[in-house]
Each structure stands twice: as C-alpha cells, then as structure tokens.
Design a protein around this ligand. Sequence first.
Ligand SMILES: [Zn+2]
Length: 112
Amino acid sequence: MPTVLRETYPTAKKEHICEFCACKIQPGQKYVRQTNVYDRTLYDFVTHQECNELAHELMMYDDYDDSGLDGESFRSQLYSYIYDKHIEDIYTNWKFNRYEIVKKVLKELKNE
Ligand SMILES: [Zn+2]
C-alpha cells in the first residue's frame, strides 16, 4: 500500500486529468492531490473530489493493499456497480462521460 504523506485540496490553476475517471479537472475546480510514497518513489496522485469520495463510499480502497487503487480498478468497479444496479436503464440513463457518472452514483449513494 502506498503511504500517503499528505493530502491537500487545492484549486486547479491549470487543467489536470483525474487519475480515477480519466476526465478533465477544470481550472478553478477544487481537487484532491495526494503525495504518496511507494517503493521508494515519490509521486503525486490527482483526482476529482467526487471520485475520491466515491472510492471511499464503495470501499474500493479495501481491496487494494498492494500497490494501491489505480484508475483501471476504479473504472471497472464503477462499471460493475452500474451493471449491478442499473442494467435495465444503462443505455438510456447512463450515457454520460465518466465524471458525470461518478457524480450521479455518488448522489444515488447519498440518497439511499
Ligand atoms: Zn475523476
């Protein structure tokens, strides 16, 4: 598991790409920046606040104790959630970009 040295919530000054959903983080948007160390390598991990929150809500972090949760695992768990819950309307109500899907799922989880 990577060690999180610090987690900050800065406002984007330029465009970033979210490591989880692979969509853009727009300038002016608040995002999550984790500084991690893994295998003696220091790196920054940048995500949307919503994507980070969703990973916690769906307990995605629990399954990854080796190299940490990566974007690919995040996306496959996101899709398996939607397939589980929304298979009947997946083509009508879930045709958004991935960041929109993340926000929609998050909203749904909070209303449960
Ligand atoms: Zn994202």
